[in-house]
Design a binder for this molecule. Structure first.
Ligand SMILES: Cc1cc2nc3c(=O)[nH]c(=O)nc-3n(C[C@H](O)[C@H](O)[C@H](O)COP(=O)(O)OP(=O)(O)OC[C@H]3O[C@@H](n4cnc5c(N)ncnc54)[C@H](O)[C@@H]3O)c2cc1C
Length: 375
């Protein structure tokens, strides 16, 4: 870590200890998102880290952003994912939006005053996202959207939505991307999902019923929407990897601490080689995952489109996270299965990382596709 990254980590550690940790169990049990925490993180510059300072961002790289997200995720994967998705939406607007769209939407997002959400998935199209059915029919001065989106992170608390809808025929070429503002006529929320983890981050369905979106909210051009969505997902996958690393790091430190305290057979359970080997493997796998995330992030920072490596980083870090958190519960024995210790929550928060932003099967499909192309 360079000096700036060390400083960011220490600042976030103090913030999360004082502002997030005191409420973590209550908020997890009550599915309570605190907008003021998000906005304070925004005021500190963490809600638009990779966006240019011209639009209020911090103008930093994905290498820095991933380190910040890892630190936040040690305390709350839910706030980390809210920031990660909101920043992905900003990245899409900055990369593909026109100047008016950037000026209008980015400053409120980068400052953390409002949250951004990414709306691609539908009930019938998750992995096969290009099969989406929400329509956007051209009308005078804009488009009329009809349909619904499923599992949208931050739906209900976000104000700025990037929505993929069909303006043309079947397949990826018929998809366009729009910026949709919360509160407009014909835009509403469906049920909030009851989830296993990420309890503080709300996930909801979004409904469009004859929802008029002005033509100035079309991103890039008609038919470019699937490329726009994929353009955001590469970076999104790396940031999901860094959130996984944060959860793994916390699970490992909790395991070392507990095993040094807990006595069985008149000694700390840490003394048993069976557990030492588990923790040695957890630490080694976490470092391997970190290296992949760092490499993918540094290529993104160099302006490359390292899709294969982004998929590898997401795949490795999230699979490691699931294994590490499961082993952390095992090391804690019976109490690990209760809400009394954080490892139970960490294991629940880990699972969804293998599903979002492309399941880990889909990451393998992407990697294999690259292998074939490179041959
Ligand atoms: C908490 C949460 C938050 C989310 N947030 C968002 C969000 O903000 N925005 C958004 O757009 N979406 C979001 N999603 C949706 C998420 O991206 C999808 O759930 C995911 O892409 C998988 O789609 P699916 O659930 O339809 O599963 P399916 O596509 O039905 O997959 C079911 C199973 O089949 C496997 N499978 C499918 N196709 C293949 C294949 N070709 N090869 C091998 N295996 C395959 C999958 O890996 C999986 O194991 C979120 C989901 C959750 C749970």
């Amino acid at each position: 870590m360079n000096e700036l990254q060390k400083e960011l980590t220490s600042q976030l550690q103090k913030f999360c200890q004082s502002k997030i940790e005191p409420h973590i169990e209550h908020d997890d049990a009550n599915e309570n998102f605190r907008m003021e925490i998000f906005q304070e993180l925004g005021a500190l510059g963490f809600c638009g880290m990779t966006i240019s300072d011209q639009y209020g961002g911090a103008g930093l790289g994905y290498s820095d952003f991933c380190i910040a997200l890892e630190e936040i995720a040690k305390h709350s994967p839910s706030y980390a994912v809210t920031i990660s998705v909101s920043t992905m939406v900003q990245g899409i607007i900055e990369k593909f939006g026109n100047e008016d769209q950037k000026q209008k939407y980015l400053p409120a997002l980068t400052s953390g005053q409002v949250i951004g959400a990414f709306c691609l998935s539908e009930s019938g199209s998750g992995s096969d996202a290009k099969a989406l059915k929400t329509t956007a029919k051209r009308t005078e001065g804009g488009y009329i959207l009809n349909g619904s989106k499923m599992w949208i992170t931050s739906a209900g608390i976000a104000k700025t939505y990037v929505v993929m809808a069909r303006t043309g025929g079947e397949g990826a070429g018929g998809v366009s991307a729009f910026i949709v503002e919360d509160g407009i006529e014909g835009f509403s929320y469906g049920k909030k999902e009851k989830k296993m983890g990420w309890k503080v981050s709300p996930t909801r369905e979004i409904l469009f019923q004859n929802c008029f979106v002005p033509e100035e909210n079309l991103i890039k051009a008609e038919g470019e929407g699937f490329k726009v969505a994929l353009g955001g997902l590469d970076a999104g996958r790396v940031t999901i990897g860094s959130i996984a690393n944060g959860i793994s790091a916390r699970a490992l430190s909790e395991s070392v601490r507990y095993s040094l305290e807990r006595q069985q057979f008149d000694q700390p359970i840490f003394n048993f080689q069976g557990l030492q080997f588990m923790m040695a493997d957890m630490a080694t796998e976490l470092e391997a995952a970190r290296l992949l995330v760092e490499k993918a992030a540094s290529l993104l920072d160099a302006g490359e489109v390292p899709s294969k490596l982004c998929s590898m980083a997401k795949l490795k870090a999230t699979d490691v996270c699931m294994k590490v958190t499961t082993d952390a519960v095992q090391i804690h024995g019976g109490v690990g299965y209760t809400a009394e210790y954080p490892v139970e929550r960490l294991m629940r928060d880990a699972k969804v990382l293998q599903i979002v932003e492309g399941t880990n099967q889909i990451q393998r499909v992407v990697i294999a596709r690259h292998l074939k192309k490179e041959n």
